[in-house]
Design a binder for this molecule. Structure first.
Ligand code: M6R
Length: 600
């Protein structure tokens, strides 16, 4: 995924673009660039590397003008280099554009354009778009963009400027998010709301298929036939302050430590203690609909998939399928595609999403917002615990509609009310986790094992370690370990058991015995007050005791901290998952500060 920002107004565009790109750097940081209309033509500045390097280049060789576009790149087509950095221009150098997404028929289009005499300067799929627009017919710039895009297959979020039409940005969206920031006498376009927050909190989320035209006087949203469309103006939920690092060295640690508050925010106003149920206003699932649900399908990728695995219960009978799409960003392409397929098949779709106004949130029939605040670190942490809480609220609501006893509902509500404090107590384990990281920081493999609702926590612990520390880690159902992975065990391979006191605890303990019998090192994440493991586990980290169903919200926290501290100790830096989100600060190359999501 890459990041796009554009500005048109009365101020110098370049500093605003650089500031916006800095907030998007977690989307890609191979290379970056801007193009500005300077009154005479299009002037571009590009660098291989990070946004700080672009800022330095612009200080040495400034570009002046009040209309421009910028991009931070995560290479897909063509190596990361200055040449392949966006913006890309047409043969005449008068049209410049930035693009997120993948042009699937780029090779065919390129060959056709080259036969027609176009000269390509880069290896990117994006450049094709500039040449298509160069040749496209149309009375206005926007008509030329629409016509240029007609033969394109694939996905794009696009912002284009042209010397022939100064003071105008044309943007287009298909399968890659874009929004317009609505300021006073100035308008921005960005792939992510964080990039416009410096100038405005009012945004218009574009739909797939939308084209928009931005000038200092206003904006218009059009369809492919250039007919004006109505789009609502929304408010961004968070402000610049919530995006700041504060006193934390890295965003990942900040977000781990925010979990008492993010869990509290997910619960706020949603628990009804007397009725023993949850109030979920945005769900759009009235009691009669709940009664008709026969089967629930949960969609999600990565960490959100793990949250979905925790939320999964034995499938019921068809039909009457309800689909639940889980996503922090609300933009993950695979989840979105599956959501659309489910809708097309007639399923009602519920979104469990953090980013308000995101595509999944808008396309779902109803949903539960996490309200966890912006998640900036590459590794999803607080979104995961809030997803689990949202799933518990959903299960409670649905359960009470479908025969769950009042007493059982009340018990769950009471325990959910305690949860933020239990999360805060779990965070007190940090010094012990850091010590553990020091012991195993140089291990080359790690195994994470769990059963029942804590099996997905084992998967999540392994994912965090791989993603942030580049250590090979496998998450496995504890019962499966003896069917193969047991061969990996040696005295420097930590085997992390997620083993709170729950109905499957005894079975997990017998799996620990198997590891010990082979000389393995057992790290047990268990419940406070559990003295059973003293002789069996080499290391024990105890989280507060809670209901088994709620335990994943706590057991995952030491695993998040472990991945974080191992990454810090291993000095993971300047690579896919450990690069900086805010390179201008002292801890520029730090774990959890850049998303490592693959491009959609
Ligand atoms: O925004 P989403 O929750 O849809 O993202 C899905 C995954 O890409 C994401 O959870 C990813 O696995 C995390 N970076 C893992 O820490």
């Amino acid at each position: 995924m890459c990041g796009i920002v554009g500005y048109v107004g009365s101020r110098e565009a370049a500093p605003i673009l650089v500031e916006g790109l800095t907030r998007l750097e977690y989307r890609g940081y191979d290379s970056a660039g801007v193009a500005v209309l300077n009154g005479r033509g299009v002037e571009t500045r590009k660098v291989a590397g990070r946004i700080t390097a672009l800022g330095e280049l612009l200080t040495r060789t400034p570009v002046h003008g009040a209309c421009g576009i910028g991009h931070t790149r995560w290479a897909t087509h063509g190596a990361p280099s200055e040449r392949n950095a966006h913006p890309h221009v047409d043969c005449t150098g008068t049209v410049a554009l930035v693009h997120n997404g993948i042009i699937e028929n780029a090779e065919i289009l390129r060959a056709r354009l080259e036969r027609a005499g176009h000269r390509f300067a880069t290896e990117t799929d994006t450049e094709t778009l500039a040449h298509l627009i160069e040749d496209a017919p149309g009375a206005t710039f926007e008509e030329r963009v629409i016509a240029g895009l007609a033969p394109v297959e694939g996905t794009y979020g696009l912002a284009v400027i042209s010397e022939a039409d100064p003071g105008k940005i044309v943007v287009a969206r298909r399968g890659s998010p874009l929004l317009i920031g609505v300021g006073a006498g100035e308008y921005l376009v960005a792939s992510d709301a964080n990039a416009v927050l410096q100038r405005t909190r009012s945004v218009v989320y574009l739909n797939d298929g939308d084209i928009a035209v931005l000038t200092p006087l206003g904006y218009r949203v059009l369809d492919r036939a250039a007919r004006v469309q109505d789009r609502a103006v929304d408010d961004i939920e968070w402000d610049l302050e919530t995006l700041a690092l504060g006193h934390y060295p890295h965003f990942m640690l900040k977000e781990i430590c925010e979990q008492p508050d993010s869990v509290r925010a997910t619960l706020r106003g949603r628990l009804l203690p007397d009725e023993g149920t949850a109030r979920l206003d945005g769900l759009n699932l009235p009691p009669a609909r709940c009664a008709r649900v026969q089967r629930i399908v949960i969609l999600g990728c990565g960490t959100s998939w793990h949250a979905g695995l925790v939320g999964r219960r034995k499938p019921l009978r068809l039909p009457g399928t309800l689909t639940v799409a889980i996503s922090q960003s609300g933009e993950t392409a695979d989840t979105l595609e599956a959501l659309r397929a489910a809708k097309a098949a007639g399923s009602t779709v519920i979104g469990i999403v953090n980013v308000v106004g995101s595509t999944i949130a808008r396309e779902a029939d109803g949903g539960i917002y996490l309200h966890a605040g912006p998640e900036i670190g590459v590794a999803s942490t607080k979104a995961f615990t809030s997803q689990l809480v949202a799933l518990l609220l959903f299960a409670l609501y649905l359960g009470r509609q479908r025969g769950l006893a009042l007493a059982a509902g009340r018990t769950l509500v009471r325990e959910l009310e305690r949860l933020p404090d239990l999360v805060a107590r779990t965070l007190e384990l940090e010094p012990a986790v850091r010590a553990l990281a020091e012991r195993y920081g140089d291990a080359r493999n790690a195994l994470y094992l769990g059963r029942g609702v804590n099996f997905p926590v084992a998967l999540e612990g392994a994912l965090k370690l791989k993603e942030i520390s580049y250590v090979h880690a496998e998450g496995y159902p504890a019962a499966e370990m003896k069917h193969g992975p047991i061969a990996l065990i040696d005295d420097n391979t930590p085997v992390v058991f997620v083993a709170p006191k729950d109905p499957v605890y005894a079975k997990v303990v017998s799996n620990m015995q198997e590891v010990k019998a082979r000389g393995g090192r057992v790290v047990a994440i268990t419940s406070e007050g559990n003295g059973d493991l003293r002789r069996l586990a080499d290391h024990q980290l105890s989280v507060p005791a809670t209901l088994p169903l709620l335990s994943p919200v706590l057991t995952v926290i030491p695993l998040q901290l472990l991945a974080y501290h191992i990454a810090v100790l291993r000095g993971c830096r300047s690579s896919r998952s450990c690069g900086s989100r805010r390179p201008t600060t002292t801890s520029a190359s730090a774990p959890g500060r850049t998303r490592s999501r693959p491009p959609p």
